[in-house]
Design a protein around this ligand. Structure first.
Ligand code: MRU
Length: 349
């Protein structure tokens, strides 16, 4: 709708441009919700205006906006917009809850919105803005904590996009990377391209290049050899849902990378806000993994790339067991050697 190359927020009150100048996936601007259309990045920068709950839910399903925290924030704004429109709020909550199943931040945000006692527009929009702002602050905090574990001259591999685009701003895994880069600890970041949506190639590479953080793209199939060469120090990724025992659902491919990391002595960090930790879900086996349409694999931009009629499986996420993870970095602190006990301890803080 609105063509704009001003996708980067400017905040003159703060000096650190790495903190304040990250791309804005979600804009609440003059009482309007605008989403940066992530399907056409990095070559087209276009914001889409959302005016009701149904279209907001559709934008989440269709990947206009994606990434666990960003999905939750968007849904919160969707509820507020529905209240302003005098939509049936029960239907609005339901439409938004059905938009994608795996990222628990969606349900966490909707639950927070439900707890707003008046359910009127002024109170709901204030809560949505608070959820958005708190997410940015959480990312900055977990970025500092995670970066504290990174040694000088480190090389990091990341998967998918857990950056400003996937959150309210700054990013989770990319927040750690931004903070470590700010501390002059990074010599190289590798971004796995992340098929089929190519979040690594289209989004992570774009975000990091905008911050002049040295990034090289890596085909998924090249990761094993890269890990074997012994130059990677950390695998740092985000999460869509963390179960009470520390198992992590994240972009499909994360499990394979964590296994590779374990085999090659590379440390694994999950960076996620506590809104991604789901104490109601006992283990990874209980997490609903989204299955997306097979055409995302068999076609590219509407063009067939597989034989006609070819079947495909397309799970959007996989589960990395807690015992493959060295640390979960959250805004409340670090969970070293995640387990039921260590996760519960952090959540009780
Ligand atoms: O399908 P997507 O692009 O929504 O998947 C995103 C991821 O898997 C991210 O790693 C996760 O949501 C963390 S975002 C801070």
């Amino acid at each position: 709708m609105d063509n704009s190359d001003n996708a980067f927020q400017q905040d003159s009150r703060q000096k650190d441009s790495l903190v304040t100048n990250t791309v804005q996936a979600i804009r609440w601007h003059e009482d309007k919700l605008e989403l940066l259309d992530q399907r056409i990045l990095p070559h087209q920068i276009e914001y889409i205006l959302l005016t009701n709950a149904k279209d907001t839910a559709r934008a989440i399903t269709d990947m206009v906006v994606r990434g666990a925290p960003a999905i939750g924030i968007t849904a919160a704004y969707g509820v507020a917009i529905a209240a302003r429109n005098n939509e049936d709020l029960e239907i609005a909550y339901q439409q938004l809850a059905e938009s994608r199943p795996t990222a628990v931040n969606l349900f966490w945000a909707l639950e927070r919105m439900r707890k707003v006692s008046s359910q009127t527009y002024p109170d709901l929009i204030a809560e949505a803005i608070a959820i958005h702002q708190e997410d940015i602050q959480a990312n900055i905090k977990m970025g500092q904590l995670g970066a504290g574990l990174i040694a000088d001259n480190s090389q990091i591999y990341t998967h998918c996009n857990a950056g400003a685009l996937a959150t309210g701003g700054y990013g989770t895994a990319l927040g750690v990377i931004r903070a470590a880069f700010g501390d002059n600890k990074l010599t190289q970041v590798y971004a796995g391209e992340t098929r089929p949506w190519l979040q690594g190639a289209r989004l992570t590479a774009w975000e990091l290049m905008a911050d002049s953080i040295p990034v090289k793209l890596c085909a998924e199939g090249a990761a094993a050899q890269l890990f074997r060469q012994g130059q990677i120090d950390w695998l740092v990724v985000g999460a869509d849902r963390i179960a009470a025992n520390g198992d992590v659902a994240n972009k499909v491919g994360t499990y394979g990378l964590a296994l590779l990391a374990k085999h090659h002595g590379i440390k694994v960090m999950i960076a996620a806000p506590t809104s991604t930790i789901d104490m109601q879900t006992a283990s990874g086996e209980d997490i609903d993994i989204e299955q997306r349409h097979s055409s995302e694999l068999t076609h590219h931009k509407g063009q067939a790339i597989a034989p006609e009629g070819c079947e495909a499986i397309n799970p959007a996420f996989d589960i990395t067991p807690a015992d493959l993870i060295d640390v979960i970095a959250t805004e409340k602190g670090l969970i070293l050697q995640p387990s039921h006990e260590t996760v519960a301890m952090l959540m009780s803080r």
